[in-house]
Ligand binder design. Structure first.
Ligand SMILES: *Cc1c(COP(=O)(O)O)cnc(C)c1O
Length: 806
């Protein structure tokens, strides 16, 4: 295999990476050497690649500092409304390249490191992904994701802003209000990470909270000689921020998780209230804090129900501590908070047992009961005598174990509720939140998800960004709608050639990566057919498996036919406790062992499981994809964002009418995607009629053959029963109706093969897809949240550049 163009040479040709000013390069080299010496305490004789990465990171970080400080000063002086986005997960990926791109330093740094005899991309590869997404655990081989092991140059601890967070205890009701007493305290220590804007000198803050035991923690035990136990208990308290629950779309009602949720909420709200109090509407300019202005100055966006405790916590602060009356506090709370729903899967919805709540957060339980009492009063007033509706809409689910429905709490306590794609928002109104929509239709909105074109195009696919910029300029990076004008180039032979060439280069590069890291050889001329996402039954990696097996059987049956060569790659983490998901991974690798070693098949079909799927791997795989698999059962994927990343990087989509796929088809033209399978209405109709997998199994001989092979140990000859459970699930209790879409999926894949044989027509569809990507920029998404939920006007205003030497 020929080695692709050297990264340094390739990058130099790319103008979107910022120009390498000569004086800038000299200064960068100087700073790099200074950091290697003074920060890392190394010289060039003993420095490792990781040391060089850290030296570069510190060098680049210095360019953030002035902008970060000045942005915060600007906010303090201007005192604009602030958005607090509270989330228990952020899929950040790496920071170094993102910072260089957004500060236009990338080419200068590349030149500086090159002159120092280093390869920048090798250094970048030393950075660990921030383990803040729920994909930290759950690799094929379970390994702790100790991403902070070597230190994190991007964060700044702020011990001066440490806050106490209370747990347990009991309530005392006095004439002058309620007191929450005898609590246990854990300290919340903030860590700030800079979030730079794209070439606008703005640097916002992501504030993470770490749990610290207070000095006096368990001093009582300490005094009576329980020294060892006291030290161990400190660890217990600090466990709150030690791990992130790696479930995807699954609620696990563990006390530690509820502690985490309240911990982040309590710390953040203290932060918000403190900052509000020193702002203009707080005591800075008027004598007493006027909380009625809080919704004008603060928007709190709840990312799913995980931070739902913000609602009762804000009520507790306003009523118990700030002594506002309930009605006034409630009005402030509702006008400040908004809730984004991310799933309709019932097993994912948070429903906390009341007992657990009563023990951990007794005052909050009282507040939730009072919120519910008043809420049900309003429901009863609107729907007199409708007791079943009252039961359905209650925040408290009765029967068996009493539970708090956190989604209901969020809807009642927010002024806006949104889904993350149009079809998903419509489903919310028609099904799970129907009663709430009928009562308060004005609250319900849609905000279709988006992705950042900086990371997901400029950073990960500079070749494509450059080919586009050569035709339409660079402004599309800030204003992705401008990609529309690429429609003028669908018949431009040179453009078609350039697009195809970039894809081929990306495929070659990814093939080299796979060979180096996974010791697998793949045919770079085959179609790269990729499904990367969390492993979950609803995402239907099993449907993909059935296509692979069917294609394999067809090749075996007619080995001399001209089959379109495919390399099918499936990647994603399974939650550690999700047995079926683990078995799906096992099946993918088992199919690979048989298919990849069959000489009759050769390199016409290969099956690879991509291990340790994370943002950094996505950035390598997605630019190399020809075909993007987005094949969830209609009505189950809220939006998806992987689908958008592939589309922007010049892959064609094979997908169901689910999540944002629907809008992708709208934007690119339905003919330019491979849409197949049941629509939501068809799924509902099938549910009414009853889904019987064996009907499809009996009717479709190739499906029967594939299932019989899996069940009979064809892919697991040493353990013939290995996949019995999977087959049993597919045949008898498949909630996601894999077989019902099998026939149409296979036919659709045949169309994919046929088009792939015609590279020019394929690439034309790719161009229509890229041209239709404008809507899927997170810039559009965030601007809509700003205008339609937060009551703010987004601005493209730039701040003045700071003098970095100060
Ligand atoms: C974008 C992304 C996802 C989301 O993928 P979907 O296909 O939308 O489920 C998951 N994991 C990583 C690492 C991603 O980059």
């Amino acid at each position: 295999m020929s080695k692709p163009l050297s990264d340094h040479d390739r990058r130099k040709q790319i103008s979107v990476r910022g120009l390498a000013g000569i004086e800038n390069v000299a200064e960068l080299k100087q700073n790099f050497n200074r950091h290697l010496h003074f920060t890392l305490v190394k010289d060039r004789n003993v420095a490792t690649k990781r040391d060089y990465y850290f030296a570069l990171a510190h060098t680049v970080r210095e360019h953030l500092i002035g902008r970060w400080i000045r942005t915060q000063q600007h906010y303090y002086e201007k005192d604009p409304k602030r958005v607090y986005y509270i989330s228990l997960e952020f899929y950040m990926g790496r920071t170094l390249q993102n910072t260089m791109v957004n500060l236009a330093l990338e080419n200068a740094c590349d030149e500086a490191t090159y002159q120092l005899g280093l390869d920048m991309e090798e250094l970048e590869d030393m950075e660990e992904d921030a383990g803040l997404g729920n994909g930290g655990l759950g690799r094929l081989v379970e390994e702790a994701d100790d991403w902070l092991r070597y230190g994190n140059p991007w964060e700044k601890a702020r011990p001066e802003y440490m806050r106490p967070v209370h747990f347990y205890g009991r309530t005392e009701h006095h004439p002058d209000g309620v007191k929450w007493v005898d609590t246990q305290v854990v300290l919340a220590l903030p860590y700030d990470t800079p979030v730079p804007g794209y070439r606008n000198n703005v640097v916002n803050t992501m504030r993470l909270w770490s749990a610290k035991a207070p000095c006096e923690f368990n001093l009582k035990d300490f005094n009576v000689g329980g020294y060892i136990q006291a030290v161990l208990d400190r660890n217990l308290a600090e466990n709150i921020s030690r791990v992130l629950y790696p479930n995807d779309n699954f609620f696990e009602g563990k006390e530690l998780r509820l502690k985490q949720e309240y911990f982040v909420v309590s710390a953040t709200l203290q932060d918000i209230i403190r900052r509000f109090k020193v702002s203009k509407f707080g005591s800075r300019e008027i004598a007493r804090t006027d909380f009625s202005k809080l919704p004008d100055k603060v928007a709190i966006q709840l990312n799913d129900t995980h931070p739902a405790m913000a609602i009762p916590e804000l009520m507790r602060v306003l009523v118990d501590e700030e002594k506002l009356d309930w009605d006034k506090a409630w009005d402030i709370c509702v006008r400040t908070c908004a809730y984004t729903n991310h799933t309709v899967l019932p097993e994912a919805l948070e429903r906390w047992p009341v007992d657990l709540f009563a023990h951990l957060l007794p005052r909050h339980l009282e507040i939730v009961y009072e919120i519910n009492r008043r809420h049900l009063e309003r429901v009863a007033a609107k729907y007199p005598g409708d007791v079943d509706r009252l039961r359905r809409m209650s925040l408290i689910e009765e029967g068996g174990q009493k539970r708090i429905n956190m989604a209901h709490l969020c809807i009642v306590g927010s002024h806006a509720v949104n889904g993350v794609a149009q079809i998903h928002s419509d489903i919310l109104k028609a099904t799970v939140f129907k009663d709430f929509y009928e009562m308060e239709p004005h609250k319900f909105q849609n905000k279709t998800n988006g992705i950042t074109p900086r990371r997901w195009l400029v950073m990960c696919n500079p070749g494509l960004a450059e080919v586009i910029a050569e035709r339409i300029g660079e402004d599309f990076i800030r204003d992705l709608d401008q990609l529309q004008s690429l429609r003028n180039y669908v018949n431009d032979e040179a453009f078609i050639r350039d697009i195809a060439k970039v894809k081929q280069e990306n495929k070659l590069k990814f093939a080299v990566h796979l060979e180096e890291h996974y010791k697998v050889k793949i045919n770079p001329n085959s179609m790269f057919d990729i499904q990367v996402k969390r492993i979950h039954e609803y995402k239907r990696q099993l449907l993909n498996c059935l296509h692979i097996i069917t294609y394999y059987n067809r090749i075996k049956k007619e080995p001399n036919k001209q089959w379109t060569p495919r390399t099918v790659m499936i990647g994603g983490k399974a939650a550690p406790g999700y047995h079926t998901a683990k078995m799906i991974i096992r099946l993918i690798t088992a199919i690979g062992e048989v298919v990849n070693n069959d000489p009759v098949v050769g390199d016409r079909l290969k099956v690879i499981f991509l291990e340790n799927y994370r943002v950094t791997l996505a950035e390598k795989a997605i630019p190399a994809a020809d075909l993007s698999e987005q094949i969830s059962t209609a009505g189950t994927e809220a939006s998806g964002t992987g689908n958008m990343k592939f589309m922007l990087n010049g892959a064609l989509t094979i997908g169901t009418m689910d999540g944002a796929n629907v809008e992708m088809a709208e934007e690119a033209g339905e003919d330019n995607l491979f849409i197949f399978g049941m629509r939501v209405d068809d799924v509902d109709a099938l549910d009414m009629k009853g889904y019987h997998a064996e009907e499809y199994y009996n009717r479709l001989p190739e499906l029967k053959q594939a299932i019989d092979q899996i069940a009979g140990g064809f892919f697991s000859p040493k353990q013939p029963d290995l996949f019995k459970e999977i087959v049993n699930m597919l045949m008898h209790h498949d909630r996601f109706k894999v077989f019902a879409d099998y026939e149409d999926y296979i036919k659709c894949q045949e169309k994919v093969n046929a088009l792939y044989k015609n590279p020019k027509e394929w690439t034309k569809k790719v161009i229509y897809n890229i041209a239709g990507c404008g809507k899927f920029s997170s810039d559009r998404t965030i601007a809509q949240y700003a205008r339609e939920i937060w009551g703010m006007e987004p601005t493209l205003e730039k701040l003045p550049a700071p003098d970095d030497k100060q």
